[in-house]
Ligand binder design. Structure first.
Ligand code: F0G
Length: 431
């Protein structure tokens, strides 16, 4: 169906066949053709200057949802939501470290650190909107498949909303911190004998056959929340677009969200120029990079393998939306090896910033783009770090304590007797 002249404030539309559905329809995909859904909003009833003023007034605002870096932008996220489930989330910093400028080869790199969100990843921005929507439509239970961060976030927001949560994660390969969070927040946690792509297939079946509300990023309300990474970044830059935004890419929900945020921000007069997106995959899980190299003539699916378990995904669900995001922003997609990714992570960690392995794809990818001349050192670049350093302590300890010979930057701990002379000896040997 299609709405006629009287359109609601927001509705869902299929990006494949254009079918339109009401905002409260719980179907995970288009009811006509099975395509991916997208939320559309009527243009805000305010001028760009009025909107920007409204967003500025709310910044660092009152306790509750107004203080959220997601709901601050409610007019262009989910204007019709009245009661929202908010931690609050967002309000993440833009960090600058000279050591990382040097490492990547640019003059001035700013890092938007989404690991500063309540559960330690950017997923909280999509989840506050997704769980708010679940409550609005009266969902009895919520579910997701995950490589660990989405499940941690869903578990936390479902607990806050008083909704039962079901999470499906691959039995082997979810980082310790993430699994621990899901258990602690009280989600029913299923360790699936299979990989993430199997988990996603299974949970989609559960959502259509068993009636649980699906909160993976194919859910378009998740995308609306994740747009605010870009909106908040633009606000921090006083609505002056950077030249590049670099981000890690797995299931491609975030790439899709970034593209939509930029498209709408320009359409609604908040910015005049689109930055270029650079999506970075791990080489062992790079079907999107492969499609990009072939001019997006073919969609690829691979059996994924990488140390960055968050982006160990072989058949990204938001492929179609992400193609649009890259095409519209004159973007690029590339891949980095696990060795490059770990070297980048060691640099981010040693700068005192810290991030989880998948996030380091941003730095490794940026360095590659600078070396090949695609990004100029003088370009204004924002790199997105998606998750907190403590998400994956297992990989950290292996890198620093166990790998033999020690990789560059490995920081071995030293065991000593409880004797001051031992400390003296260590200090001297360092000098
Ligand atoms: N970085 C981190 C830390 C992630 O957890 C993810 C995805 C990504 C990057 C990639 O984002 O999928 O939108 O392209 N994690 C999902 C999860 C798959 O289940 O937590 P994407």
């Amino acid at each position: 169906m299609r709405f006629q002249t009287q359109r609601p404030a927001s509705w869902q539309s299929c990006i494949a066949c254009g079918n339109e559905m009401v905002e409260t329809d719980p179907l995970p995909r288009c009811g006509v053709c099975g395509g991916l859904l997208e939320i559309e909003h009527r243009p805000p009833a305010m001028t760009p200057a009025e909107l920007i003023q409204r967003f500025t007034e709310r910044r660092g605002g009152q306790p509750g949802a107004t203080a959220s870096g997601v709901w601050r932008f409610r007019e262009i996220v989910l204007p019709s939501a009245d009661t929202v489930v908010s931690h609050p989330e967002g309000n993440t910093p833009l960090l600058h470290r000279v050591a990382l400028d040097r490492w990547a080869g640019v003059d001035h790199l700013l890092l938007k650190h989404e690991g500063h969100n309540p559960t330690g990843s950017f997923k909280d921005r999509g989840m506050t909107v997704g769980v708010t929507q679940a409550k609005r439509i009266g969902a009895a239970a919520v579910a997701c498949a995950s490589t660990g961060n989405t499940s941690a976030s869903l578990a936390a927001y479902a607990a806050q909303a008083g909704l039962p949560a079901l999470v499906l994660v691959p039995r082997d390969g979810v980082a310790t911190g993430k699994l621990a969070q899901s258990l602690a927040y009280g989600a029913k946690t299923l360790l699936v004998r299979g990989d993430f792509d199997d988990c996603l297939r299974l949970v989609e079946q559960a959502s259509t056959q068993l009636g649980v509300y699906l909160l993976n990023s194919i859910n378009p309300f998740r995308i609306e929340g994740q747009k605010t990474i870009v909106l908040e970044m633009l606000q921090q830059l006083v609505w002056e677009s950077p030249d590049w935004i670099v981000l890690p890419a797995g299931n491609l929900g975030n790439t899709a969200a970034f593209g939509k945020a930029l498209r709408e921000a320009r359409r609604w007069g908040l910015i005049s120029r689109l930055p270029r997106l650079a999506a970075v995959q791990a080489a062992g899980a790079a079907p999107f990079a492969r499609s990009f190299a072939e001019g997006f003539s073919k969609r690829h699916r691979v059996k994924a393998d990488t140390v960055a378990t968050a982006i160990k995904i072989g058949d990204p669900a938001s492929y179609d939306r992400a193609v649009q995001a890259i095409t519209e922003t004159d973007g690029v997609v590339l891949s980095v090896s696990d060795a490059e990714l770990l070297e980048a992570k060691a640099a981010v960690d040693a700068s005192g910033v810290g991030c989880e392995p998948a996030s380091a794809a941003t730095l490794a990818g940026l360095r590659q783009l600078v070396r090949q001349g695609t990004v100029k050192p003088s370009d204004r670049v924002i790199g997105v770090l998606t998750g907190h350093i403590l998400k994956d302590p297992g990989l950290l300890l292996k890198y620093h304590q166990e790998t033999d010979p020690p990789p560059p930057g490995a920081n071995r701990p030293l065991e000593i007797d409880a004797d001051i002379r031992e400390i003296e000896r260590v200090l001297k040997s360092k000098a």
